[in-house]
Design a protein around this ligand. Sequence first.
Ligand code: IPE
Ligand code: IPE
Ligand code: MG
Length: 241
Amino acid sequence: MAKDSPDQDTPDHVAIIMDGNGRWAQGRGRPRLFGHHAGARRVKEIVRACKDLDIEYLTVYAFSTENWKRTQSEVAGLMTLFRQYIKREAKALLDEGVCVRFIGDRLRLDKKLQGLMDELEELTKDNTVVNLTIAINYGGRDEVARATHQLALDVAAGKLDATTVNEDTLSSYLDTHVLPDPDLVIRTSGEARISNFLLWQSAYSEYEFVDTLWPDFSRDEFCKVIAKYGARNRRFGAVPA
Ligand code: IPE
Ligand code: IPE
Ligand code: MG
């Protein structure tokens, strides 16, 4: 789990908002889905970099609860891409020691995709080299609302004492309950917003916004961002010593 030192050089948990696939494709006169496919190929390189840099947790934002607002063909293409990605990468992820988890509300996803997600989690559950969490149909507000809903049901059923509810209780109901909070959140493509990503968990995360579009985000650039993180002074509300 997370190291306690507030100014450690290497983050334990890096979360990435993989943005800019559409613009990358459009800049090449290609359909948006071409960019999503190129973006999916980048993930492997960054997972390997995490392995080499000793970053234990990588969480990537693949599809938000708001992304359903896109055209039916883009959404369908993304869902197909997720299915293909899981089938194509399962063996390599297993062999490389990656433990894969999914966060988000999977009940709205098609049954076939849900099944593949469950299988990949089961297949890789004993791996410990890198923990890769993929956020699909994920929204920070939706996650907190679902957690609160379940918590309220547990109180009503007498399984939880309402007077004991605190931050740790709510955290334990979140999709991310087994993960440490992200130390660093990176967003590509030049947008400086969080778009409903890990709202609760990123209370004290460092942020890095880079202009590069996600399909161009290389291992080298990732390493530079990590090095820059190492120079930061995290205070968590305290006065620096
Ligand atoms: C991020 O790239 C991937 C998803 C949100 C699924 P975008 O598709 O948002 O790319 P831009 O921001 O339109 O360039
Ligand atoms: C955030 O990107 C979601 C993902 C990267 C999956 P968006 O492109 O959906 O965010 P907005 O709409 O620009 O805020
Ligand atoms: Mg975008």
